[in-house]
Design a protein around this ligand. Structure first.
Ligand code: HEC
Ligand code: HEC
Length: 351
């Protein structure tokens, strides 16, 4: 477990770094850009990992360059794939050229005309033929992909199809082509060979396209508060004491309290008016980590108390808001519990 978490965090920190890199002014070297920004997830030369493989002939011979460009630009919001628009057109072109060099296949161009189909029928087919891998609502396989939350026998995590980034990148004809031919050497097989007719496939494509009109989670639309916060009528010291009582009353153990700037400035220069209280309950910790190791990002639980002038504020990051980044319903449930817990503790301490 420890090594897995470590590995994940390594990958995640790689991801944060790559996500925030600014444009390269002087380089259009696709291989270098790929190594820097993509290989951590997609493997060296596209062999796959957390991200799906990019070196398969069956993938590269069934997509357009436009699909690659848009996918790199938009990423897949809410999934692990970051957006790389910041790299700029030239660098993205260089990346596409490098990815194309993985095989000898040619790019395909697709007719952009939308495909018409029966959405209701497509929905029924989707439920019976696709949902087991791509999720009930096309939300994709769970987890990060390597060994955490997906079945070990599924070698590649099924991508999200209700994703704004995917829908903005893929044309109807491209989706249709993927369903007709499948992707050899992946779990995604041809549905023509599995008995669907071309008209059935059009219906499924129409259903996938209709996700665009649905309110699929878009981060910017989230109305959730990022922070749970309350003003305390008591002094900082009193608030801290009642916070501790509230935490213990919920069967949590206090781990430690420290100033926010602890370890950053000399002990005697620390601001005693900004305190973080850490607490945990090992059953809660173990249950949560078993559900999804990524919950370790939110643990141990912590609440911050800050005094500014006469006003004392108690606050915590809202785990539910962060959880939305990971697209895992179970994680959402755990984070909803944490969110409620924080709210109750903060309310009790400031009542
Ligand atoms: C056994 C699991 C499985 C089933 C069943 C399945 N898929 Fe897939 N699908 C995958 C995997 C895995 C991939 C990624 C393949 C790759 O590596 O290129 C994929 C890729 C795709 C893609 C390309 C998406 C992208 O981001 O490149 C589409 C579109 C798609 N599937 C649609 C469907 C539809 C529609 C159905 C039902 C008719 C279906 N799939 C059934 C596993 C599955
Ligand atoms: C943090 C991990 C991560 C990084 C970094 C990353 N990707 Fe991805 N990428 C993914 C995942 C995961 C998916 C599948 C999306 C899903 O699961 O819904 C994906 C999907 C893709 C796809 C769509 C593949 C398909 O079958 O349709 C392309 C193309 C792609 N990434 C290219 C890149 C490129 C190029 C870079 C570097 C500029 C990059 N990715 C960086 C994780 C990553």
């Amino acid at each position: 477990m420890l090594t897995q978490r470590f590995l994940f965090l390594t990958v995640l920190s790689g991801f944060i770094l790559t996500g925030s890199q600014a444009a390269y002014a002087d380089s259009s070297d696709g291989e270098r850009l790929y190594t820097k920004h993509c290989s951590v997830c997609h493997g060296s030369k596209g062999s796959g990992g957390v991200g799906i493989p990019l070196d398969l002939e069956s993938f590269l011979n069934s997509i357009s360059d436009e699909y690659l460009i848009k996918t790199i630009e938009h990423g897949r919001v809410g999934r692990t794939m970051p957006a790389f628009k910041k790299l700029g057109d030239e660098n993205i072109q260089a990346l596409v050229k490098y990815i194309r060099s993985f095989t000898n296949t040619e790019a395909v161009t697709f007719d952009p005309t939308p495909i018409k189909g029966n959405i209701e029928h497509g929905k029924a087919l989707f439920k019976s033929k696709c949902a087991s891998c791509h999720g009930d609502h096309g939300q994709g396989g769970k987890g990060t992909g390597v060994t955490f939350s997906r079945p070990r026998d599924l070698s590649i995590i099924p991508p999200a199809l209700n994703n704004a980034g995917f829908l903005a990148s893929a044309s109807d004809e491209m989706i249709k082509h993927t369903l007709m031919t499948g992707r050899k050497n992946t779990p995604m097989n041809s549905f023509l060979k599995q008995g669907l007719s071309e008209s059935d496939i059009n219906d499924v494509v129409a259903y996938i396209r209709h996700f665009e009109t649905k309110q699929v989670p878009k981060l910017r639309d989230q109305k959730l508060d990022a922070i749970i916060m309350a003003e305390s009528p008591y002094s900082l010291e009193e608030t801290l004491e009642s916070l501790k009582k509230a935490v213990i009353g919920k069967n949590f153990r206090i781990i430690r309290q420290q100033t926010v700037d602890d370890g950053l400035v000399d002990k005697n220069k620390q601001n005693k008016k900004q305190i973080i209280l850490y607490f945990c309950n090992f059953q809660f910790l173990n249950e949560s980590l078993a559900l999804d190791p990524r919950i370790g990002l939110f643990l141990p639980c912590r609440v911050t108390i800050v005094q500014q002038g006469d006003s004392v504020k108690v606050m915590a990051i809202n785990p539910l808001r962060l959880s939305k980044l990971f697209n895992n319903d179970e994680l959402d449930d755990a984070c909803k519990n944490m969110s409620n817990l924080y709210t109750e503790i903060i309310e009790e301490a400031t009542l």
